[in-house]
Design a binder for this molecule. Structure first.
Ligand code: MLT
Length: 263
């Protein structure tokens, strides 16, 4: 793990392997360790970069409001610091929200896209209000509040019933996350822009992946998003929920490797 000064923060990241750059962007309220199985699988063939978003894992929170545009600027600054001109972005959920903001501003820097369990639409008014209430509760009660509120949504029914090690791993990451970062990201996600206007103009190889048991961004929604992207590949991962890279890493890696080789 290295730390790199970008904008007003220090970003914790890994930069391993050699070749074309493959950047993994994590979901809320987690950190880059959710990509450990992908780092191990793809480092032999690619330059693999993972990082913690502002406030998460080992990255400082800084003073800028952590909206998705700030995430995009942080990512651009990180790629500059690592001398990466163009990269393939593999983004999960909130990582996808940040990726859409990045694509809007820096499309020429994106070689290919993997959009996992994410959506291009903004929050509804009710969704925004729920996030703001959850942010207030987390600031009072700490990260366990969000673990309780989200665990059964983050993981699929099969994982909750049969993969206790994955449940424990996700719980431990959330418990180690700062309440301030969680609250700030909740406000950031609530304020994110509608990215559906970008979809029809995406002209690079794109894979949309979703867990069959994802209830946060269900397959029907992922499929609708995929249908708006020209030439997209769309895959469903059986027996996985919102975090298929953790729940079924071998299947996730197989699909990702197949896509990367087919470009
Ligand atoms: C995530 O997994 O990043 C979040 O659950 C996304 C969201 O809450 O919209």
């Amino acid at each position: 793990m290295i730390k790199i000064r970008v904008n007003d923060i220090e970003i914790a990241c890994r930069d391993e392997g050699a070749g074309s750059a493959l950047v993994f962007l994590h979901a809320f309220p987690l950190d880059q360790s959710i990509w450990n199985e992908q780092v191990a699988a793809f480092t032999p063939d690619y330059r693999v970069i993972t990082c913690d978003w502002r406030g998460f894992g080992g990255t400082s929170l800084g003073s800028r409001p952590p909206g998705m545009d700030t995430f995009a600027e942080d990512l651009a600054g990180l790629l500059d610091a690592l001398n990466v001109e163009r990269a393939t972005l593999c983004a999960l959920s909130m990582g996808g929200y940040g990726t859409f903001a990045f694509y809007r501003r820096f499309a020429e820097r994106v070689e290919a896209l993997i959009l996992c369990d994410t959506r291009a639409t903004p929050d509804t008014e009710e969704g925004k209000s729920n996030r703001r209430q959850l942010a207030a509760r987390v600031l009072e009660g700490g990260p366990l509040v969000v673990a309780e509120a989200m665990m059964t949504k983050l993981l699929g029914a099969t994982t909750l019933a049969e993969r206790p090690a994955v449940v424990a791993r996700v719980q431990a990451i959330i418990e180690a996350t700062s309440a301030e970062a969680i609250a700030a990201a909740l406000h950031g996600m609530a304020g994110r822009a509608d990215s559906t206007d970008l979809l029809g103009g995406i002209n690079i190889p794109t894979l949309v992946l979703v867990g069959e048991e994802d209830t946060l961004t269900p397959p029907e929604e992922a499929e609708r998003m995929a249908q708006a992207i020209p030439g997209v590949r769309y895959e469903i991962i059986p027996e996985a929920g919102h975090l298929p890279n953790l729940e079924r890493p071998d299947e996730f890696n197989r699909l990702l490797a197949g896509f990367l080789k087919s470009r």
